[in-house]
Unconditional design. Structure first.
Length: 237
DNA sequence: CCAGACGTTGTT
DNA sequence: GTCTGG
DNA sequence: CCAGACGTTGTT
DNA sequence: GTCTGG
């Protein structure tokens, strides 16, 4: 799945990399957590426009917005049929800029966080769904969720699901309101491992458990874990 | 008909 | 809003 | 995703 | 254990 990600470029570099103007990204982010407002790309006036959305989808009909805590991901296989997501799948598709995402490997001795990023280290875009929610008092909240699919072979060592990464040439098809459901679903595949036609793929790097706490958001969150014994008290005889 | 759920992950 | 269960 | 809270009464 | 907040 995908419950944390990074966007370490600054605003200017991100706009250049994505070919978008007017994107708001005040500072590099090393540990983006659900409930936070982040840049997104949507379709507007026939083009691609940047906006800011809160991570965790609130369906328009929800009475309790805390449902967002449980809707940070949507299964690509079923999102088009689910009451919570089908409306957004039809008319609220969006792209979420990122340059890495985190997965935790559960094993004896605890959970170890890993960061997955492109070997090129370039930013990429995740397939997302956006919604607009209005509270009884008239407060409007715009939210998003990230689509997930089966893990590629290289990622499956860590986790069996991964977010959907759309290639640059797939972005417009995903956002285009006239794209049909079959063609949309065909886009929602695992990111390909290196092979014929794909010289470079995803890289997996273990990182410090500093990323565990959503209160941490600094380069230490994507740094390698300290070597064993690093911080242990030293005893000498 | 009305009431109540509506989701993902992972684990059992 | 829309679907399922009673 | 992980971390941290999780309750009532009454009083300040 | 389960829910909420980040």
């Amino acid at each position: 799945m995908c419950g944390r990600y990074t966007l370490t470029q600054d605003q200017e570099a991100l706009q250049v990399a994505l070919g978008v103007e007017g994107l708001v990204h005040p500072r590099p982010r090393y540990n983006v957590a659900p409930s936070q407002e982040m840049p997104a790309l949507i379709r507007r006036d026939g083009g691609v426009a940047p906006t800011r959305l809160r991570w965790g989808l609130i369906p328009s009909w929800a009475r309790d917005p805390s449902i967002a805590n449980r809707l940070i991901n949507a299964r690509a296989e079923t999102a088009h049929t689910k009451p919570s997501f089908r409306s957004a799948f039809r008319s609220g598709r969006c792209l979420i800029p990122a340059d890495g995402f985190f997965e935790w490997l559960k094993g004896p001795g605890g959970k170890r966080p890993f960061r997955i990023h492109l070997e090129s280290k370039e930013p990429f875009t995740l397939a997302g769904l956006a919604e607009r929610w209005e509270s009884a008092s008239g407060e409007v909240i715009r939210t998003f969720t990230i689509l997930t699919t089966d893990a590629s072979e290289s990622i499956s060592e860590i986790h069996h699901r991964m977010p959907v990464i759309l290639a640059p040439e797939e972005r417009d098809t995903w956002l285009d309101p006239s794209t049909g459901p079959d063609r949309l679903r065909a886009l929602l595949r695992p990111y390909p491992d290196p092979g014929p036609g794909h010289a470079r793929g995803l890289a997996v790097q273990e990182v410090s458990t500093r990323v565990n706490s959503p209160a941490h958001d600094d380069p230490g969150c994507i740094a390698p874990p300290p070597p064993p014994g690093h911080d242990l008290p030293l005893f000498r005889t």
